[in-house]
Design a protein around this ligand. Structure first.
Ligand code: HSE
Length: 444
């Protein structure tokens, strides 16, 4: 039987998963491809390191030249980061090798050039594993949702932050404590910045937007806010108001262009994405023919990511080469200010000490400032701090800032996801001059 010669770059958690999967699915791959898939070289940083998988030491090398010189048909890149991965992928494509990569950062930063390069050399550049781990979302978007007009794609596409938020809610502990635990258990990186500040989700959203809309904002212009500043009390108040806070990535088609953001967002408790717990990912796609679709599954980790890598590898080997559509990058910066007011509903969380500790005075001050309050929940914390969670509409940031300074209050604002039903409800309420749902308690 003929052999497909694979060069593997990286033997970390995902690399080991790829080795295990190619071994365990050997028979199935051979039946499907009519060829044996064989890993002929593995690029590592250290030859002597202990691995999560038994490996023939003669396969290991620290030289990428040696990998390329091993008559490889396909390079599987699971090193991550821009360099040296970018150089290796570029050289592999130029040498006429197909490339399978899980590297979302590389694609968000250099995907435009790399897809062009793959087209020039008539080879596949496959990257299913770069977004949402084991969920085959990119293939579905690429193959089976081409006739629909997709109006939005949104989801929870970072497992680490979803795990942290879930643990905070479940065990009622603060961000720092959960992060430290997650690091100890290996769920979060020693340097968690890429995950907790939303960069990782931003890279993935960029890729999703390219597939869905054929364009995206430059990755570093996408509106981004992470979860590191969220307080436990903000999550708790949101829940009592009927919502969960999730790090939501959104790309939406609007009259003014593609609007993209990654930020903590309030989701109604019964929203399907609000049900995603722990390291699970969920991606919701809205198409004009099919309506709303939801894809869920494990978005990270050894075997889910290895599954996506090996499925991608097998799929590309069954397909003739076809050029990929060009990626376009378009700045939406100029339109952003204009777009912001369209967000009609926000979650405002306030903590106030003197002079305004009376919830009714606080409410009055908000109403006098022209801020429409839909729901309100207050609580005294340790007798001298008034904590207040509000669902508000129609505010200007300047007014809010002035008000917060007058009230000696600290505040944060988080958008509320507007579901179709809520938009209708808001319209009805505005007509009826709504009453405010109000609840208060004096705890501790
Ligand atoms: N750090 C990523 C996450 C890994 O937590 O989702 C998968 O891309």
């Amino acid at each position: 039987m003929d052999t497909i010669r694979v060069g593997l770059l990286g033997l970390g958690v995902v690399g080991c998963g790829v080795v295990k999967t190619i071994r365990s699915q050997e028979q199935k791959l051979a039946e499907r491809l009519g060829k044996q898939v064989e890993i002929v070289k593995i690029l590592v940083r250290e030859l002597e390191k202990e691995r999560l998988v038994d490996i023939d030491k003669s396969l290991l090398t620290t030289s990428f030249d040696e990998v390329l010189a091993s008559s490889v048909d396909v390079i599987v890149e699971v090193i991550g980061g821009v360099e040296p991965a970018g150089e290796y992928v570029t050289r592999a494509l130029c040498q006429g090798c197909h490339v399978v990569t899980a590297n979302k950062e590389l694609l968000a930063k250099h995907g435009q050039e790399l897809t062009q390069l793959a087209n020039q050399h008539a080879v596949h550049l496959a990257y299913e594993a770069s977004v949402a781990g084991g969920i085959p979302i990119l293939s579905v978007l690429r193959q089976f949702l081409r006739t629909n007009e997709i109006t939005s794609v949104q989801g929870i596409i970072n497992g680490t932050t979803n795990y942290i938020l879930t643990q905070m809610e479940k065990h009622l502990v603060g961000y720092q404590e959960v992060l430290a635990d997650a690091q100890r258990l290996g769920y979060a990186e020693a340097d968690p910045t890429a995950d907790v500040e939303g960069y990782d989700a931003t890279y993935k959203l960029f890729i999703l937007s390219q597939l869905v809309f054929g364009e995206a904002e430059p990755w570093d212009e996408i509106e981004r806010r992470g979860i590191s500043q969220l307080r436990l009390s903000e999550l708790q108040f949101a829940k009592e108001l009927g919502y969960r806070i999730k790090l939501l990535a959104q790309a939406k088609k609007t009259a003014a262009g593609i609007r993209m953001s990654v930020r903590p967002t309030l989701l109604p408790l019964d929203h399907p994405l609000a049900q995603m717990d722990g390291a699970f990912n969920g991606v919701q796609v809205t198409g004009n023919i099919v309506g709303e679709l939801l894809f869920t599954g494990k978005g990270a980790g050894e075997m889910p990511t290895a599954s996506a890598v090996v499925e991608d590898l097998a799929y590309l080997l069954t397909q003739p080469f076809a050029p990929q559509p060009a990626w376009h990058i378009r700045s939406e910066k100029e339109h952003r200010e204009e777009l912001l007011p369209q967000e009609s509903t926000w979650y405002l969380y306030l903590e106030a000490t003197e002079p305004v500790r009376d919830p009714y005075r606080l409410l009055q001050a908000l109403l006098e400032a022209g801020i429409q309050v839909k729901k309100l929940r207050t609580e005294y914390h340790q007798h001298d701090v008034l904590r207040c969670g509000l669902i508000v509409q129609a505010f200007s940031r300047e007014v809010l800032e002035r008000l917060a300074s007058n009230l000696s209050a600290s505040y944060s604002i988080v958008p509320v996801l507007n579901t179709a039903e809520e938009v209708q409800e808001d319209e009805d309420q505005l007509l009826e001059q709504p009453g405010i749902e109000y609840s208060a308690s004096t705890l501790r």
